[in-house]
Design a protein around this ligand. Structure first.
Ligand SMILES: [Zn+2]
Ligand SMILES: [Zn+2]
Ligand SMILES: [Zn+2]
Length: 240
């Protein structure tokens, strides 16, 4: 176990958070330990997306169930019982999958032993709205998702039993589906995800990694906590 370096303490106390986080990253980058090989950042970030996908699909299914379970419309049309049963069964399955994904996340995160990167992540993610970092918001908005609209979904995505639900849209966001006007097939969802593959070591991954783990932007000197943008929704946020 390594303790916080005196220099880290001094930087934090003097509010030089950007330098602190950059130095922590550089220390981690230059480290040649087994720990570095074991901790898979690609897998960590991909699992976080999967967790949000799961939580967002559950919300979407529950929204649909609420509509289907309303009394029949004036023309007397009824939603088939097997359709409702199918949706309910999927909600149960999602719940089990979430539980497994959560364990997977803890096991990946647990492989990172105490050190500069762990301390950097802890500091950054101690802010309850770290995921509203401008890079992550921009990524969401540029992909035509909720941060590009006024709904405020991403900032309000808190589910009591879903710690990892907080954050940006995935292919399963129901608000995005409504804005898009059509459902995505499983193939299309996979295609979209492939375009933004966090499993590949390229610029996109590096940008998301820096913002997600440490609140940093390459060559930027701003205090990461000043890069959190959390505008209030212009309309009432949908109930989740
Ligand atoms: Zn939305
Ligand atoms: Zn967003
Ligand atoms: Zn969305």
């Amino acid at each position: 176990m390594t303790d916080t370096l005196p220099r880290e303490t001094a930087l934090e106390e003097s509010g030089q958070i950007n330098t602190l986080q950059h130095e922590r990253w550089n220390l981690w980058r230059d480290e040649q330990s087994q720990n570095k090989k074991r901790f898979n950042i690609h897998e960590l970030l991909q699992t976080e997306v999967k967790l949000r996908e799961n939580a967002q699909r559950e919300v979407a299914l529950k929204d649909k169930l609420a509509i289907y379970q309303k009394p029949p419309t004036t023309d007397g049309s009824l939603v088939p019982a097997d359709l409702i049963q199918g949706l309910r069964a999927e909600v149960t399955k999602l719940n089990e999958e979430y539980w497994m994904l959560e364990r997977k996340w803890w096991s990946i995160e647990g492989s990172l032993i105490e050190g500069p990167l762990a301390r950097g992540m802890k500091l950054w993610r101690s802010h309850p709205k770290w995921y509203m970092h401008c890079v992550l918001r921009e990524d969401c908005a540029e992909r035509g998702r909720c941060c590009g609209r006024d709904c405020g979904c991403c900032s309000n995505r808190h589910l009591p039993k879903r710690k990892f639900a907080a954050g940006h849209c995935t292919v399963e966001c129901h608000c995005c589906e409504k804005a898009r006007g059509f459902e995505l097939s499983s193939e299309k969802k996979a295609q979209v995800e492939k375009l933004f593959d966090l499993g590949v070591d390229r610029g996109y991954f590096k940008r998301i990694r820096h913002a997600s783990l440490l609140g940093l932007i390459h060559l930027n000197l701003d205090n990461p906590f000043d890069l959190i943008e959390d505008p209030p929704p212009r309309y009432e946020a949908p109930a989740v």
